[in-house]
Design a protein around this ligand. Structure first.
Ligand code: GLY
Length: 354
């Protein structure tokens, strides 16, 4: 099965397919015909798929996985390799891996010679449903996530769902966190008709957790249709795109507090969603019935709330988030079934929550 989605804002295609991975290299060959290429690939994916992918070693840069690797040193490594290979403005960087690889390779592509082509080949659920699409590229600095980056859209995204067969359980659940996020924001996204993602995820728990191929493809397609609808309206996060940050203010702070080791991104986002659901219910933004439906959906997928305790050090990390200003911090909060809104809390209001 093969689906093609169009991102109008910069006129590129996303291919979603359950084809064999061996086909990917042919597709990339046709698409980049005539261009010099630098493949930036995750070490884990390289070890598993090196033989199938059969990429010429001279075109290859292998980087370790993990948020800690999204750093300045690796960014320079990519630029140096691009320069050594003699990549020009007309050439291309191809990222094969999870969100870390996509973000850092995308940022290198955005800045090398003031911007060259790049292609995303996401290999984790999280990067398939979220980070590979929409053009957010970045590296981390001083323990702050994505603090240096650019909005820079890829030329194409190839989603080969067969990569998910070898994805480890923890990373799969991390991606599930972002999939679930889309269920809570669907009605804000402005997609042309309802997709009923909330209902679909509620009814497909077993199939999803057994990695049923059709279910995965459909969920990826739903999430991306929602994301594309948002990015088409607001590429640079001037307004609407902020809804994609549901659970992320607390999530990023939890990741940073745990030194990017304790929580995966998706686990931290889910904790952020639990927190903000509680907040929304306590403020009367959502009904008890929706509060229960939502938290039960998260629980059905195996997540448990570990609500952040009073007096926790989290506040320090929240204040360092990109979304914080001297006046306060922006939070995306549930406001109705499958709907959210932005609120700004002063630092004193935020302090009172912890
Ligand atoms: N991951 C959130 C966004 O792309 O805006």
């Amino acid at each position: 099965m093969r689906q093609e989605l169009d991102v109008e804002v910069k006129d590129y295609k996303i291919i979603i397919t359950d084809d064999e991975i061996s086909k990917l290299i042919d597709e990339l060959g046709w698409f980049t015909d005539g261009q010099k290429r630098l493949f930036v690939i995750s070490e884990r994916v390289y070890k598993l798929y090196n033989e199938v992918l059969n990429i010429d070693k001279s075109e290859l840069l292998v980087l370790k996985d993990g948020e800690k690797e999204k750093n300045f040193k690796n960014y320079i490594k990519i630029l140096t390799k691009a320069e050594e290979l003699g990549l020009r403005r007309t050439d291309v960087i191809i990222a094969i891996g999870g969100g870390v690889i996509g973000d850092i390779a995308g940022f290198a592509a955005a800045t090398y010679m003031r911007g060259i082509d790049y292609i995303q080949v996401p290999t984790t659920l999280l990067s398939m449903v979220d980070s590979s699409v929409g053009g957010k590229t970045a590296i981390d600095l001083g323990g702050v996530k994505n603090i240096v980056g650019a909005f820079y859209q890829p030329k194409r995204v190839y989603i080969y769902t067969k990569f998910l067969e070898t994805l480890d359980k923890r990373q799969f659940f991390s991606g599930m966190g972002e999939v679930l996020k889309y269920a809570f924001i669907e009605d804000n996204c402005g997609y042309k008709h309802p997709l009923y993602l909330f209902e679909y995820l509620t009814l497909s728990v077993d199939k999803f957790l057994n990695k049923d191929s059709m279910t995965l493809m459909r969920a990826i397609e739903y999430c991306l249709n929602l994301k594309i609808a948002v990015v088409n309206q607001d590429e640079k996060e001037a307004g609407l795109r902020k809804i994609l940050n549901l659970g992320h203010t607390i999530g990023h702070a939890l990741e940073a507090k745990g030194n990017f080791r304790k929580y995966t991104h998706g686990e931290a986002v889910v904790q952020g969603i639990f927190f903000i659901m509680n907040y929304a219910y306590s403020k009367g933004y959502i009904t008890y019935s929706y509060y229960r439906l939502s938290t039960e959906l998260l629980e059905k997928y195996g997540f448990k709330s570990q609500i952040v305790k009073k007096g926790s050090e989290l506040l320090k990390f929240i204040k360092r988030d990109k979304k914080a200003t001297s006046k306060g911090i922006s939070f995306i909060v549930p406001s109705n079934k499958k709907r959210v809104k932005e609120i700004n809390l002063t630092l004193d209001e935020v302090s009172s929550l912890f």
